[in-house]
Ligand binder design. Structure first.
Ligand code: ADP
Ligand code: MG
Length: 231
């Protein structure tokens, strides 16, 4: 089943002489359960693409369809709820709440959505797998960059979202932690049949994914299948 369809997306920032064509005519589809790497040089449009798919920004042209819903057709409030239920984000800058401790940051999306029905067992499991359980009462400012990144990842997975959008989730991690985080993402995607779109600069990590989407200068120019063939 196709969980995501990106259809002829264009995104432009700025106006007149300051215009930047961040994405040009980008189209692709993603099956449920696929683990996709998005690669491309800095400034090629990777973060822009994730932001559009997550409904955090709107394209100049084109459509984004998630689980059969054209996200542009959702009202603001509907989109907020849809996003909370279906999408987990890992941002490049972590975006943790400074006034909440690690545990509460991770539980936040669930708290918002389902009130008292927070799956504490699952959050404990996530924190343990990410080596954060001992840090659960700490605040983001008391953590290293790598630890904050892992908290952001745990938060993204807390809701068991169908779609996980991760912008360089291992960018600030040492190589052994990177391997652990990748393992967790793969395991999570297998267990919950989650679809993961992960921006990475790490060629080895990209190769370990089901498919690689390359973006250069705002254009998607190839998407290699698992068998190494060109789609
Ligand atoms: N908010 C913005 N305003 C203006 N230009 C932007 C904005 N965000 C990104 N851009 C530009 O759009 C292009 C794509 O950026 P981005 O999606 O962040 O690339 P990447 O994540 O691949 O490094 C770049 O040229 C960048 O400078
Ligand atoms: Mg980026």
């Amino acid at each position: 089943m196709e969980i995501l369809q990106v259809k002829q997306i264009h995104k432009i920032y700025g106006e007149k002489e300051n215009k930047v064509y961040a994405l040009r005519d980008v189209s692709f589809s993603v099956e449920q359960g696929e683990f996709i790497a998005i690669v491309g040089t800095s400034g090629s449009g990777k973060s822009t693409l994730l932001n559009l798919i997550g409904g955090l920004d709107t394209p100049a042209r084109g459509q984004i369809i998630i689980r059969g819903h054209d996200i542009a057709s959702l009202k603001r409030k509907e989109l907020t709820i849809f996003r909370r239920r279906n999408i987990g984000f890992v941002f490049q800058n972590y975006s943790l709440m400074p006034v909440l401790n690690v545990y509460d940051n991770v539980a936040l999306p669930v708290t918002f959505d389902r009130g008292k029905h927070v799956d504490h067992g699952y959050i404990r499991e996530l924190l343990k797998e990410l080596g954060l359980w001992e840090k659960r009462k700490r605040y983001p400012s008391e953590l290293s960059g790598g630890q904050q990144q892992r908290v952001a990842l745990a938060r993204a997975l807390a809701n068991k979202p169908a779609l996980v959008l991760a912008d360089e989730p291992t960018g600030n991690l040492d190589s052994s932690t990177t391997v652990e985080v990748m393992g967790l993402l793969k395991e999570s995607s297998r267990k919950y049949h989650q679809t993961i779109l992960m921006v990475t600069h790490n060629e080895a990590l990209a190769q370990a994914c089901d498919r690689i989407i390359r973006i250069e200068d705002g254009r998607l120019y190839c998407a290699a299948g698992k068998d190494g063939g060109w789609l």
